[in-house]
Design a binder for this molecule. Structure first.
Ligand SMILES: Nc1ncnc2c1ncn2[C@@H]1O[C@H](COP(=O)(O)OP(=O)(O)OP(=O)(O)O)[C@@H](O)[C@H]1O
Ligand SMILES: [Cu+]
Length: 643
């Protein structure tokens, strides 16, 4: 496409030269005379060539637009050059008046040049996505399973389970896990995090990241389309193509501009004729108006900015999935955070085990860990970790059952075990050591209760760390006048403790998973624009219900599927970045809409000849220069967008 415009431009330009040299009007400007019999016919033939050859992209483009019943810039340009060409040709064959072949030729030249330059700038603004793709290396060192020999193969030929060697300083070719060696890996191109991450055996590495000083062997887990990077690229592409309000607005404006241009063009024609000017002169003014009003920068103003901002943000680990909701993010007034894993690290460690009479700590830990080994909950991981460290033996549970938002149930060694929340204990009116419990909770520790054969056996206290980044994020939100709220399934006292640490505006504790979505709806009902941030499966309904759903961290797939934005890093500060990015993207788009459409307020009257009294009249070619300029400015402005 680009090469085609370039070729058509150069050839048309060459053919334009003789037209200029032999045009009577140019000759009178430059005060020379050069002619031969039948020169008119030669000019006609040359101009016809330019009209059909150079004008072809515009003529076919207009046919396509009219077929779609969506007349736009191509139709305007086609109309302009057809009018100029038909009128000039008629004068050659008898109609009285002057031809303006040279105007037609230069107009087409400039149009071709303009569209060529502009396509290049457009490519520049939208190729941020391609940079992401380029991060993938094309070759990998495959280790033969039998001989252990290393040979270089194409990444596309790798299969699951293959082992590949990654040497120091090389790019990791595929997603996989380390089976040998250790190193630090730079994942900044995927997460924006510039500090290299230490990786050892069993750790996951992502294709496209850069290996540090160590040599590692990785086992291939995901290739091609499945790989993290291609999923990011697909996601960004989808977001770029998805509809948005601003886009709809500018499309509608572009439609309007078409009719404005047409009307303004006809009015110009009529007025100049009424003022007694020759038809050729009036037509020239009309053609200029139509060319200058070409609404085509308008169609690009928003998509270029969006292409840029979605791709840029993807590189910082902010993945935008739903553009329309992202655009509205700048209006968010209240953000609801989930506690565990979002505001806190989500990494629990056991701090105390308090037993009831007749039970010992190791026994408690053993049954608890045996049951929790079946669960993915952060609490479960903390308990299992501690048991492993104490070398407690695990026993396979039977009839395992998880009670969402409340705890777990199952049989271990023939005994019925329950691990449950304080809420559940209170609900069942079971007596427990209230004082010890209160003391632990007030220190911000999450306490779970263990029941053996319906008898309370004791409680396990676990501590999680509040993220420092959460504190900074909430402070910044305060500055932006955005309310921060926390929703948690955890106990009230723990929630209060976290809220105090982080200076949160509001907390709601002991909410069951399905109640999170209802709570979100309730806040929305108060007329507040709300964003919800969470990581777990139990957050998914709430994410879907919020005006803006933000999935944090690698999170669960369900959370990612329902979210409008995914934050690759588990950093609450990125929530602030999303809001800021939404604001700056919107600003840039509006700015671009002005460059694209607003400039018509000045140029249409100018093209119509309003400054004729002081001697300023634009030729169609100058009109074409100005309209191209507007598009190029829009493209450059989008490219300057840094987030
Ligand atoms: N695997 C488990 N082991 C023990 N207790 C559990 C388990 N899962 C849930 N619970 C109990 O149920 C409560 C609520 O759990 P839920 O998963 O809904 O929220 P949470 O993870 O504590 O907090 P957040 O809503 O902030 O993520 C927990 O605080 C805990 O008391
Ligand atoms: Cu145009």
């Amino acid at each position: 496409m680009i090469a085609d415009f370039k070729k058509r431009f150069y050839i048309s330009l060459l053919v334009t030269l003789p037209i200029l040299i032999f045009s009577p009007m140019i000759q009178s400007f430059l005060n020379y005379e050069l002619s031969f019999p039948g020169v008119m016919y030669v000019l006609f033939v040359l101009a016809t060539f330019i009209f059909f050859y150079g004008g072809k992209p515009f003529l076919t483009g207009s046919v396509a637009e009219l077929k779609q019943k969506n007349p736009g810039m191509m139709t305007l340009i086609a109309l302009a050059i057809v009018v100029a060409y038909v009128y000039s040709s008629l004068t050659v064959f008898g109609l009285s008046g002057n031809n303006f072949f040279w105007e037609l030729a230069t107009l087409i030249d400039i149009m071709l040049l303009g569209h060529w330059i502009e396509m290049r700038s457009v490519m520049g603004a939208s190729n941020a996505l391609e940079e992401l793709v380029k991060m993938m290396p094309s070759e990998a060192h495959l280790i033969d399973d039998n001989s252990g020999e290393v040979k270089d193969v194409k990444v596309s030929s790798l299969q699951h389970g293959n082992k590949v060697l990654v040497k120091p300083g090389e790019k990791v070719p595929v997603d996989g896990s380390i089976v040998k060696g250790q190193s630090s890996v730079n994942e900044s191109m995927l997460t924006g995090e510039s500090v290299p991450v230490d990786k050892e055996v069993e750790d996951e590495v992502i294709g496209g990241s850069i290996n540090g000083e160590g040599s590692i062997t990785i086992q291939v887990e995901k290739t091609g389309e499945e790989s993290y990077l291609s999923q990011v690229v697909t996601m960004v592409k989808e977001a770029q193509e998805s509809r948005s309000k601003t886009q709809d607005l500018s499309n509608r404006a572009a439609k309007w501009l078409f009719y404005v241009a047409l009307t303004a063009g006809l009015a110009t024609l009529v007025i100049w004729l009424a003022l007694g000017y020759p038809l050729s002169y009036a037509l020239e003014r009309m053609v200029t108006v139509m060319v200058i009003a070409c609404p085509h920068a308008l169609g690009l103003a928003a998509p270029l900015v969006v292409a840029r901002s979605t791709a840029l943000s993807a590189k910082q680990g902010l993945l935008i999935r739903n553009r329309a909701n992202f655009e509205e993010a700048r209006k968010v007034q209240s953000i609801v955070f989930d506690k565990t894993g979002t505001l806190t690290e989500g990494e629990f460690g056991i701090t105390e085990i308090v037993t009831e009479d007749g039970y010992d700590k190791t026994e408690l830990l053993q049954v608890a860990a045996s049951l929790e080994a079946q669960s993915e909950h952060p609490i479960a991981r903390g308990i299992v970790e501690e048991a492993k460290q104490q070398n407690v033996s695990f026993h396979e549970p039977e009839q395992f059952e998880s009670m969402t938002g409340k705890g777990l149930k199952g049989n271990v060694d023939g005994k019925e075990i329950l691990i449950v929340s304080p809420g559940y204990i209170k609900e069942q009116n079971i007596n427990f050591q209230t004082e010890a419990f209160n003391e632990l909770s007030e220190q911000g520790k999450t306490v779970v209760f263990v029941l053996i054969d319906n008898q309370l056996a004791g409680m396990i206290a676990l501590a999680d760390k509040v993220r420092e980044s959460a504190e900074r994020a909430i402070a910044r939100l305060k500055e932006m006048n955005v309310q921060s709220m926390m929703l948690t399934g955890d106990n009230e006292k723990v929630a209060q403790w976290v809220a105090k640490q982080l200076n949160l505006d509001e907390v709601v504790a002991e909410v069951l998973p399905h109640e999170k979505a209802e709570k979100v709806k309730e806040i929305k009902g108060k007329g507040l624009k709300i964003a919800m941030t969470g990581d777990g499966v139990n957050d998914a309904p709430a994410l879907a219900n919020a005006d803006l759903g933000i999935a944090i961290g690698a999170g669960t797939d369900v959370a990612m599927e329902t979210a409008d934005v995914i934050l690759v890093k588990s950093n609450p500060e990125d929530v602030v970045s999303i809001l800021e990015l939404s604001t700056s993207t919107y600003k840039k788009m509006i700015q671009n809409l002005w460059w694209a459409a607003g400039y018509n307020i000045v140029t249409i009257p100018l093209a119509a000849g309003i400054l004729y009294p002081i001697g300023i009249v634009l030729s169609p070619a100058i009109g074409a220069v100005l309209m191209s300029l507007s598009t190029v400015i829009v493209a450059i402005n989008a490219r300057l967008f840094k987030g």
